[in-house]
Design a protein around this ligand. Structure first.
Ligand SMILES: Nc1ncnc2c1ncn2[C@@H]1O[C@H](COP(=O)(O)OP(=O)(O)OP(=O)(O)O)[C@@H](O)[C@H]1O
Ligand SMILES: [Mg+2]
Length: 618
């Protein structure tokens, strides 16, 4: 008889007031496997693993450990079996040191006195094992970056004898190079027979390290134990979403930035070259008026490309068969046809083309990057911060999305924060509409219309007990009050529109934010920033933690805001996202722009080469 699985959960049901988060869920996990849990925001993944961690008690269902039924009445009971959990919302104590956090509630700390030195040495050993010897065990956790805190959380999990480790979106706070380190740790653990339950919205990660995949949809199991490497992307995604979908980027306008959208005929006659600062000409992008010409391209996040390097591994599926220098128009994968479904049941995806047949590649000749007719809305003039990024000149025009690509430490976020006034430049200046801003002043930047949606959105205080609507309208209160009175109806209506655009689930503006899933809480913060009346939008990792089903809506929304005349500066670790969404891309390496080009001229491999090896040239 085959040995019983390490863990079997059967018929797990859990309700919260008004929601059945889990409805008869089964899950089995073998020793030494990486079992991935997939599902849209709010599907029940975190709730299921909280039951497994002993943090939630199920209303119904049974849990067996090595074939014997167990009751996980508390987190301590789960820990005793060797179940460790790294939560989506890290549960570290910020004002305690790394060591104290690692051994919180541990024997080392509880036998009468804290054996400081032993504990510190053990913490240091764990940090070394995790590939982070530079983290000082004496540091206060609050002073660490999100990635550093993640490592501490992992050290805490490993400070116990673990048999099963649950990671709830561990990569969400990590940069791609950190993700490579995380995967090495996962591989080490599984080689020792430890089981890993891994939750992520990045499907390509699951392809890389997963053994089996279970899919949750609306609190039920949609599929159980599928092979992670061989199951087709479309199958998994349609199990998750109930529809066929790929990441679809809205078409780029081929009109001069800052002019209203026009018909395809007009746009087609208007193709110049010579973008500010780029000095390059682009391959064809087509405007909304030419919808159907196949400009919107989809990205198959599960596609494997043997040429791709660690830490990134994703690239558009059809690139494999397309010539290397092919334009994005060539990269319409078979999933393109799936837009049929999207555009029917998602009216907000206004930019999705209506024509779904694959298209011949657009001719590469002929300059098509539009010349900005209007002056730049945002200008950076020799903007620099010593030790962070070299003097940078950049103009962003109304209607334009400029992407910054680069690894951790390349200065991406620092640039955004300096533009937003949160960091004081050591040289150069920021201008909005040609007017210089007071350096290092957030209020001055806000007054000028600059809005920053920062990377660490969770740290951005959400009013957890307040409803979605007031959280969304938090920074736009001026818009919803007349004569000192808050217009609740308008506030609610705007919040509802904002949350619908981001497929907030449930789409209920009266729900307290505390009761939303992690990804939906992020959408609330994002909706808040998108609703603000800013003219320059700085987006740092806008899709982190957002499920595949909602990403395309978010992309369409960002493009729509640009079409309405906003200037957008975007940072993302996901290179295909930068290439798909931006009009122009700046590639950064160690604080220096090593390349500028229209997004349509770049592909992922070129960007990665530049990021890793490119000699500074601009
Ligand atoms: N404490 C709570 N009170 C009320 N409802 C809750 C609570 N925790 C979760 N829910 C609800 O349970 C459902 C499942 O949420 P869960 O956090 O498990 O989703 P998830 O799959 O982890 O999503 P995400 O990908 O966004 O993290 C959601 O509808 C959520 O709003
Ligand atoms: Mg979750």
């Amino acid at each position: 008889m085959a040995a019983a699985p390490l863990l079997t959960m059967s018929g797990i049901t859990k309700s919260f007031p008004g929601v059945r988060a889990l409805d008869g869920v089964d899950l089995d996990v073998e020793a030494g496997e990486v079992h991935c849990l997939l599902g849209q925001n709010g599907a029940g993944k975190s709730t299921l693993i909280k039951v497994l961690a002993g943090a939630h008690q199920p209303d119904e269902g049974r849990i067996s450990w090595e074939g014997r039924e167990v009751r996980l009445g508390s987190p301590v009971a789960a820990m005793r079996l060797g179940i460790a959990t790294i939560y989506q919302e890290l549960d570290l104590v910020e004002h305690l040191s790394v060591t104290e956090n690692v051994f919180l509630g541990h024997e080392v700390a509880t036998r009468g006195f804290l054996r400081v030195r032993t504990a510190r040495e053990r913490a240091a050993a764990l940090l070394r094992r995790l590939g982070h010897p530079e983290i000082d065990p004496r540091t206060l956790v609050g002073a660490l970056s999100a990635a550093g805190q993640q490592i501490v959380s992992m050290a805490r999990a490993l400070s116990h004898e673990v048999r099963l480790i649950v990671m709830d979106e561990p990569s969400a706070a990590l940069d791609p190079d950190e993700v490579g380190n995380l995967f090495r740790i996962v591989t080490d653990l599984t080689a020792q027979g430890v089981a890993v339950v891994y939750i992520s919205h990045r499907l390509e990660e699951i392809r890389r390290i997963g053994d089996r995949v279970s899919v949750l949809k609306d609190g039920r199991v949609a599929a159980r134990g599928l092979p992670a490497r061989t199951t087709a992307t479309r199958e998994v995604v349609s199990l998750m979403t109930g529809r066929e979908i790929a990441y679809v980027f809205p078409p780029r306008p081929a009109r001069p930035y800052g002019t209203p959208a026009r018909t395809g005929d007009e746009a087609a006659t208007d193709r110049h070259s010579g973008d500010t600062g780029s000095g390059t000409t682009g391959s064809g992008t087509t405007g909304p008026g030419e919808s159907g010409s196949g400009d919107a391209h989809s990205w198959d996040p599960w596609s494997k490309d043997p040429r791709s390097k660690d830490p990134y591994s994703k690239t558009a599926a059809s690139q494999d068969s397309a010539p290397q220098d092919s334009a994005p128009q060539d990269r319409v994968s078979e999933d393109h046809r799936s837009q049929d479904h999207r555009s029917q049941d998602r009216p907000s995806a206004a930019h999705a083309p209506q024509d779904h047949e694959p298209h011949p590649p657009a001719p590469r000749s002929g300059p098509t990057v539009p010349t900005p007719l209007t002056p730049a809305l945002l200008s950076l003039q020799s903007l620099t911060r010593k030790g962070e990024f070299a003097p940078l000149d950049l103009d962003v025009h109304p209607g334009e999305i400029v992407g910054l690509a680069g690894l951790v430490g390349s200065g991406r976020s620092e640039i955004l924060e300096t533009v937003a006034g949160a960091r004081r430049p050591s040289g150069g200046r920021v201008l909005v509409d040609g007017k210089p801003l007071r350096p290092g002043s957030v209020p001055a930047a806000v007054r000028a219309g600059i809005g920053l949606a920062p990377e660490e959105r969770k740290a951005q205080a959400l009013l957890m007990l307040e409803p979605v609507s007031s959280n969304v309208s938090l920074s736009s209160l001026g818009r919803f009050s007349t004569g000192g009175w808050l217009d609740g109806r308008r506030e609610r209506a705007a919040a509802l529109a904002g949350t619908r655009d981001l497929s907030l689930s449930p789409a209920d503006p009266d729900r307290p934010v505390r009761t939303l899933s992690g990804g939906n809480q992020q959408k609330v913060v994002l909706a808040r920033w998108l609703l603000r009346e800013c003219r320059v939008l700085l987006l740092d990792e806008p899709t982190r933690g957002v499920d595949v089903g909602a990403r395309s809506e978010l992309y369409a929304l960002i493009r729509r805001l640009a079409d309405e005349g906003l200037a957008v500066l975007l940072v993302s670790s996901e290179v295909p996202e930068v290439l798909g969404l931006a009009d122009r891309v700046l590639v950064l390496r160690e604080g220096v722009v090593v390349h500028r080009a229209p997004a349509a001229e770049l592909d992922e491999h070129r960007v990665l080469d530049l990021v890793m090896e490119g000699a500074p040239s601009c």
